[in-house]
Design a protein around this ligand. Structure first.
Ligand SMILES: [Zn+2]
Length: 960
């Protein structure tokens, strides 16, 4: 391997860093006060006596002129320029001596991004890898490639046929030079290749080779019956395998006691709109009341925090419209993320609506017509980018821009890039715009609010318990040398700001906060704070009386009290004697379809009980717990306030952090990250410690009442053997492990061979039921352990149920993508109800499928059978043995003649999504073993810790 090259100079030329005197004027040049160019960076201008390796360092320059000068030195720069608050940031690849030269020349050189040591380590790692690849390629050319066809499936989805193929290539695992090529036939009796030939892509995840795959399903018409896969290296075929292409979800069900049967005349379709938690809970309560023989309500003991918040106000950016305009008043605003920030003291001027003469004239998307220069432009949001509107207004002579939102709710931060933009702009809400616009033109001001000028105020009482009645005013006394003071009358808090000798306001945000918190009457009503930990040194702008609000807009029929989460328990024998199944929905609030799956299923079970023998059997054989919504507060918030709410509503942000009203859609704990197994606290990936992250795992595992409720249910009902954690969207059926540590991608034990085989067998029942509704196939690639088919989700609930309580715990993502003729489209969290209804119906089918699986489990008294493959021999060479099984089972075995027990070695999978790992027998050996199925039946009624020797045994004879 080539060593890293020397940097751009000869070694050993001089002993000191020489900075030519001419260079010392460079900083001045950068400030634009001199015109002399910076000299070139050459071997002669930077000389060192050592062997140096370059490092990557950031350099920040104030403007493009300075950047041009930096470029003119000939320095090696990475091909990107970041626009930061401090100027333009580039990355230079320079040696330590060159860094010194650049620093002396006045450039702001940062800390190395990639140091010499790291660089050397990278080189070494690369050399090692190249050596490994070379060895693997030589071996493949020599002895060939092992190809393991993990999946070769075709399926029908909504009337169209698709294939999905996954192949593990031993040679391809080490080298990306190995091509994996698939040839299909065109149906039975046709030659391989008649259905087309294509290459699979190499799937590397988290730095680890997984397998080669088609990726998303691809259309296949006609349906192939066989495929050939070949691995090719340097034009030479190194591996080849031929396999049938089998149908995925063929609609065939297992046989046996309690096995799936035709559903017959089953009444369905009991939901007709999206529901919030209040309505979902009322539905199950009404059902339990109507069917007291078959169902009861279980109140979960941990009440939620409730759909409630303190009332808040934030004194920050605003616009003021003066009387006598009909729109006179103060309105909250949010400054744009580009252009100039508006001054805190306010930019006075005439607010005037714009007209551009084209399309919607008020949107300001074209050159303005007749705009009075020197005014503040009022523009409607929509049609074109914010920067287009602001630049059009600027071109017409506007001194500031007020954009009026075109959707209800908060104004938002306008984003974009507009280096030519020199005037400030803010957004106000659509509601404010509706009051302001009819009264224009009118005199007024646009006030900015740098962070240190802002004051936040929260009520101590919840909004609905009086917080929403509190008002706060920051009054200008209108007199010189006035002290800062606070007065309270009823719910009205009045802060009189201090002034100086000229009558100008002098109170800083920190002073206002301290005065409010020190005043006994005010501090009994509110708590004040500076912006997110700011020292608050900025002078606040006077503000008219502002009413605090909890910003919660659900109707009064939604209680603001802590919510009691409820389950409906369905079954004729609800005494713990039957196999228990926990079906729960809506840990994530925005997944609106999931409570409908729950309600639809509860209705189907109870309303079909008398007329439908299939349902009657399920209700008699099982003990079914259905929780339509784990996260009621989040559900109310998502339905009534903020559709994308995922978490619960509890704010764990500190008062010095994101606790102000602008962060209120960022609060809450991700309940599916708040559990005890494989969680963030233990170093697993896929959860955040940030209180505003959508995967925030909470302050501690099980900190949240909603998570505690799930654990209470399974711990108080040990008969629960199955659980389904229902989410949207994507169309997934998944199980443990659901989390891993990085970079190793492990950390939780994989299910045993028997359990994983059982999961795949169960998925066949459950997913065929889903498909029966309207032909939706959950893709083959979306069935398996969460950590294989989705991503690591540290601290999720299914893992807790599986690892802590031995429950067969699954997760659904309802809402499969739909094929639009050329690609797959996602259905989203809140699809139009027409689609949501279909998803609820098909995943309610899936829930009934789970109940069928559980019923078979409960009634299963059939012992598994197992045989050795191949048989006893004799053999001339070492032989690989596996076990043929009559049903999904674990096999415990010994090779040393001892009695097999549950402590003995167990058969395993070769790897994720692969077959049984064979046992190599190289000398004559007696194997003793037993098989045990998912329900715990043991082959031949063998008792591993008993005394009878009725285990299985076979002697494999290998000739010397
Ligand atoms: Zn979810």
């Amino acid at each position: 391997m080539a060593r890293p090259t020397l940097s751009r100079r000869s070694a050993g030329m001089a002993t000191a860093v020489v900075v030519p005197a001419a260079l010392l004027i460079a900083p001045l040049a950068m400030q634009g006060t001199a015109t002399e160019p910076v000299p070139e960076l050459t071997a002669e201008s930077v000389a060192s006596d050592g062997y140096e390796l370059p490092e990557i360092v950031p350099i920040t320059v104030p403007d493009r002129d300075a950047l041009d000068q930096l470029v003119a030195t000939g320095v090696d720069l990475a091909e990107k320029v970041d626009h930061t608050a401090d100027g333009l940031r580039v990355e230079a690849i320079v040696t330590p001596s060159e860094q010194q030269w650049l620093t002396d020349a006045g450039f702001a050189v940062g800390e190395a991004v990639l140091s010499e040591e790291q660089f050397a380590a990278l080189q070494e790692e690369r050399e090692d890898t190249v050596a490994e690849i070379e060895t693997a390629e030589e071996a493949a050319l020599d002895v060939g490639d092992d190809l393991n066809v993990q999946r070769a499936a075709w399926f029908d989805n909504l009337g169209q046929t698709f294939i999905q193929i996954e192949v593990f290539s031993e040679a391809g695992s080490s080298s990306a030079n190995v091509l994996v090529e698939v040839s299909l036939d065109a149906g039975p009796g046709t030659p391989i290749g008649a259905g087309g030939t294509f290459n699979l892509s190499r799937f590397v995840d988290g730095g680890h080779y997984m397998y080669h795959r088609t990726g998303d399903p691809v259309p296949a018409d006609p349906v192939p019956s066989r495929m050939r896969v070949r691995s090719i290296l340097n034009g030479q075929v190194v591996g080849e395998a031929e396999r049938p292409v089998t149908e995925w979800l063929d609609g065939e069900y297992p046989r046996g006691r309690g096995a799936p049967q035709e559903w017959g005349n089953l009444a369905t379709g009991f939901v007709d709109h999206y529901v919030d938690a209040t309505e979902a809970t009322a539905r199950i309560e009404a059902l339990a009341a109507e069917f007291p023989e078959l169902a009861e309500i279980v109140e979960l003991p941990n009440q939620t925090n409730g759909y409630r918040r303190p009332a808040q106000a934030l004194f920050a950016e605003k616009i003021v419209v003066d009387a006598p305009s009909t729109g006179a008043g103060e309105y909250e605003a949010v400054a744009a993320g580009f252009g100039q920030a508006p001054a805190a003291a306010g930019i006075p001027g005439t607010l005037a609506r714009v007209a551009d003469g084209t399309g919607d004239p008020a949107d300001g998307c074209e050159a303005l017509v007749g705009f009075p220069a020197g005014s503040i432009a009022v523009v409607d949001r929509g049609t074109c980018g914010y920067t287009v509107k602001v630049l059009n207004a600027q071109a017409a002579g506007a001194i500031a821009v007020v954009v009026v939102n075109n959707v209800p709710g908060d104004p938002v931060t306008m984003t974009g890039t507009a280096p030519a933009n020199t005037i400030p702009s803010v957004m106000i809400s659509m509601e404010a715009g509706a009051v302001v616009k009819p009264g224009l033109p009118a005199a007024g001001r646009v006030h900015g609010a740098p962070n240190e000028n802002r004051v936040g105020v929260d009520s101590l009482a919840w909004g609905h318990e009086g917080g929403n009645d509190i008002t706060v005013e920051l009054a200008d006394p209108g007199a010189a040398n006035s002290p800062l003071s606070v007065g309270v009358t009823g719910d009205a808090v009045r802060v009189q700001l201090a002034t100086n000798a000229t009558g100008a306001v002098t109170s800083t945000a920190a002073q206002v906060v301290a005065a409010l918190n020190a005043d006994p009457a005010a501090s009994a009503l509110v708590r004040a704070y500076t912006w997110r930990g700011s020292p608050g040194g900025g002078v606040v702008a006077p503000a008219q009386t502002r009413r605090l609000t909890d910003n919660l807009s659900a109707p009064e029929s939604v209680s603001r009290d802590p919510f009691t989460v409820k389950a409906i328990r369905i079954g004729t024998d609800r005494d713990g004697s039957q196999t228990g199944v926990l079906l729960y929905s809506q840990e994530h609030a925005r997944e609106w379809v999931t409570p409908l799956v729950a309600i639809e299923t509860a209705e189907r079970l109870l309303r079909n009980y008398r007329s439908n023998p299939f349902i009657r059997q399920l209700v008699r054989n099982l003990d079914i717990f259905i929780v339509p919504t784990v996260n009621p507060d989040g559900s109310h918030y998502s339905i009534h306030d903020f559709t994308l709410q995922r978490r619960n509503m509890t704010n764990h942000c500190a008062i010095t952090g994101a606790s102000d009203l602008r962060a209120r859609n960022g609060w809450g704990v991700d309940l599916n990250r708040n559990f005890r197994v494989g969680n963030r606290e233990q170093g697993f990936s896929g959860a955040s410690g940030s209180c505003t992250s959508d995967t925030y795992s909470g302050p501690t595992p099980l900190s949240e009442p909603e998570a505690k409720n799930e654990i209470w249910l399974v711990e108080n009902n040990p008969n629960i053997r199955f659980a389904m954690n229902t989410h949207t969207h994507g169309g997934y059926f998944m199980w443990a492990p659901g989390a891993y540590r990085l970079p190793t991608r492990d950390g939780l034990e994989r299910p045993s061979f028997g359990v994983e085989s059982y999961f795949y067998a169960a998925s066949d029942v459950i997913l065929n039921r889903i498909k029966e509704h309207r032909g939706t196939s959950v893709w083959p690639s979306r069935v398996g352990p969460i950590s294989d088919v989705l991503y690591s989700a540290a601290g999720n609930s299914a893992d807790d149920h599986f690892y802590n309580n031995g429950i067969f715990a699954w997760s659904f993502e309802a809402g499969s993508p739909t094929w639009n003729g050329s690609g797959w489209s996602d259905v989203g969290f809140t699809p139009p109800y027409e689609e949501g209804h279909e998803e609820a119906q098909e995943f309610s089918n899936g829930w009934l499928g789970i109940l069928e699986v559980a019923q078979m489990y409960g009634l299963d008294n059939v012992m598994p059978r197992s045989t050795l493959e191949p048989g006893r021999g004799p053999f001339d060479d070492p032989v690989d043995i596996t076990f043929e099984l009559s049903e999904p089972s674990d096999v415990y075995y010994t090779l040393d003649g001892s009695r097999p027990t549950f402590e003995s070695p167990r058969i395993e999978f070769t790897g994720p999504r692969q077959g049984q790992e064979p046992i190599t027998i190289s000398e004559t050996t007696t194997i003793k073993w037993f098989a045990v199925d998912a329900a715990g039946n043991i082959q031949n009624n063998y008792v591993p810790d008993g005394t009878r020797d009725n285990y299985q045994r076979a002697t494999i004879t290998i000739r010397d």
